[in-house]
Unconditional design. Structure first.
Length: 235
DNA sequence: GCGACAG
DNA sequence: ATCTTGTCGC
């Protein structure tokens, strides 16, 4: 699934150059595909050490059942540098994708797609590597400007940068900050937004991404979260 | 030079 | 992102 890649441990200038290079290959239009399996991807990295955990959770559509899950724990080599997130997190994500026993039709990543200074956020970078449609679902803004948006679910407004519409600021839950949806690869912004809304089951993040977020943060494999476990130990 | 800055 | 318990609001 993942063939020859470029290195991820690069200097700031080399990484930036690579991004500009790769960005020219991004396809911002729909690719005819029947979507039956959707992957949500997220990474959590400890503050102290640099040990991190990536999680890929695959859900069926439209039944929205978890059909596969892959976790990978490793060390984050690169530091977090705004604009270079993919160089820090993809090395942790790719091993998890390799272990996956199913082939998702669509990837949703916790981070920006083309709503990025060089139009290559982590969702786009990942889409290029796997050669599949991808969507960026970020919880905050990296670049671009936007107006205020309505209070209801589905309300949104354009995210613009350098006279270009690079994404959509979308309200996915009342009374909560909106999320930033952008094209990752091989999909249109309209379709990306449609998917985010179709996968919204009442939480701020679309379900596959929310599940991946939970899986990446879960300290121990199993059904217990940190809350319920601590309660059990108190007894 | 100053402020902004995904996770 | 992470450090962290209870608590206020849709």
């Amino acid at each position: 699934m993942i063939s020859e890649l470029h290195p991820f441990e690069l200097s700031y200038s080399s990484a930036v150059k690579l991004q500009t290079d790769l960005a020219s290959s991004i396809v911002c239009a729909d690719t005819p595909v029947e979507v039956k399996l959707i992957a949500g991807i997220d990474v959590s990295v400890g503050r102290q050490g640099s040990t991190g955990r990536s999680a890929v959770v695959v859900m069926s559509y439209p039944s929205l059942e978890i059909v596969a899950e892959s976790i990978h724990e490793g060390t984050a080599t690169m530091p977090y540098i705004p604009g270079l997130l993919s160089f820090r997190e993809l090395p942790l994500i790719l091993p998890a994708l390799e272990k996956l026993d199913v082939e998702p039709d669509l990837f949703m990543v916790d981070g920006q797609g083309i709503a990025h200074p060089r139009r290559l956020g982590i969702a786009s970078h990942l889409g290029l590597i796997v050669g599949k449609p991808s969507i960026g679902c970020a919880k905050s803004r990296l670049c671009g400007e936007h107006q205020e948006l309505g209070p209801d679910i589905g309300n949104g407004c354009a995210l613009t940068d350098r006279k270009e519409i690079i994404g959509r600021v979308l309200r996915t839950r009342a009374g909560t900050k909106p999320i930033f949806v952008s094209v990752g690869h091989m999909i249109s912004l309209e379709t990306a937004v449609d998917w985010v809304l179709k996968l919204n089951i009442g939480y701020r993040l679309p379900e596959p991404v929310r599940q991946a977020h939970l899986a990446a943060g879960r300290k121990t494999a199993g059904v217990y979260g940190n809350h319920s476990r601590s309660k059990i130990l108190e007894r």
